[in-house]
Design a binder for this molecule. Sequence first.
Ligand SMILES: NC(=O)c1ccc[n+]([C@@H]2O[C@H](COP(=O)([O-])OP(=O)(O)OC[C@H]3O[C@@H](n4cnc5c(N)ncnc54)[C@H](O)[C@@H]3O)[C@@H](O)[C@H]2O)c1
Ligand SMILES: [Zn+2]
Length: 427
Amino acid sequence: MTHPANPESVFTYGAPQLKFGRGAAEEIGYDLSLIGANRVLVVTDRGVAATGTPQRVADHMQRFGITAHVFDGSRVEPTDESLQAAIEYARESGPWDAFVAVGGGSSIDTAKAINLLLTNPGALMDYVNVPVGAGLAPVNALKPLVAVPTTTGTGSESTTICVLDVLSQKVKTGISHARLRPTLAVIDPDLTMTQPPGVTAASGMDILCHALESYTARPYTSFERKAPERRVPYCGSNPIADMWSEKALGLLAGSFRQAVQHGDDADARADMALAATFAGMGFGNAGVHIPHSNGYPIAGRVKDFHPKDYPADEPMVPHGMSVALTAPEAFRFTFDAAPERHLRAAALLAPDAERTRDPAEQLPTILIALMRDIGLPNGVTGVGFDEGDVDGLVEGTMKQQRLLATAPKPVTEDDVAAIFRRSMQLW
Ligand SMILES: NC(=O)c1ccc[n+]([C@@H]2O[C@H](COP(=O)([O-])OP(=O)(O)OC[C@H]3O[C@@H](n4cnc5c(N)ncnc54)[C@H](O)[C@@H]3O)[C@@H](O)[C@H]2O)c1
Ligand SMILES: [Zn+2]
């Protein structure tokens, strides 16, 4: 790690207003009535709509004199095209006073894009991160957005990010700006009870990687000092984000396997929901690094993999699965940059685990045991890639420089290639 000439001495912390607990989703109408909202668009996807939850949330709002309309056209893992279609739908059916996203990261991110483009000039690609898009900052304030997660995963309800697949460039990237952060996050664990096991497993690995990557991220003090106007939401690891990541790991230790294997366990579901929220509040301010950078090309270059419990119409590697597959090897690689953090994370995640002879193996060993138990595919070959795909995957990872910059040590193409090769099969 290079030592900055003028080290950063400031970090920032942002989070939305938050309501957590069983029954919280019934209070959204009240919360929106306080700001005088009359016409509200509820944004979801078809799978979540089929559980009846979005319509129930809309019906509760009607009691406060709010007209709420359910739009179920979010794509599972949004693309530029799906976001564009959603934006057009909302524009034609508007105006809307506020948006309520009920669903996983896919629905919440779709609502963020709708909100951005209905309140600001220009086109979607104007706001997408450089070099894929123009990376412009929104000039106008957005409308109120209430984010109501039904998965236990992304933490999108508390982040400033909207993730999308830009089809023409075969790349997953994002829009990132403080204005995208939801006004209010409403986390009601009851809504997560219908999450199928496959979704619980993949989205749970997203929580875990958020916590581990932000906890092992380059410390904020290792960056050059930024001018105030150059500050970004991701600061590197810092004492406040660390606290959330540690708490998230402790909750996952007690609930992850149980939530996958016994989805009707309300306590496990509630702990997973809390873990997702905590990890979101951590990584949303610290950042993520190698596993997430590798996850984007794994998802973007999918060939013919159809995961259980996800829509079957198109091949996909779900986000949480795509980031998990190289995590054991990524943390074996980063171990020497911050051994004590890797060991502390391992101890939080599996307090009773046997000590491995080589301390660098501790966290990877725990991760692999967990992934086996919850039914994740066995490595990158498990989702349809082989050695011949490594060059393409590495190229995709190297495009995620914004994320790689948060890794605790420099990452070369050869390093990434070695991580992919060693991740072909994990057990
Ligand atoms: N904005 C962020 O900060 C951020 C962070 C990480 C990931 N993401 C993005 O979020 C997306 C993934 O989101 P996700 O993992 O939350 O899942 P998701 O929204 O893609 O949903 C996954 C599947 O589960 C179904 N589902 C969701 N909740 C359900 C419930 N309670 N009952 C029954 N079925 C349910 C959906 O219909 C869908 O088929 C990806 O596009 C990813 O890139 C965003
Ligand atoms: Zn993620």
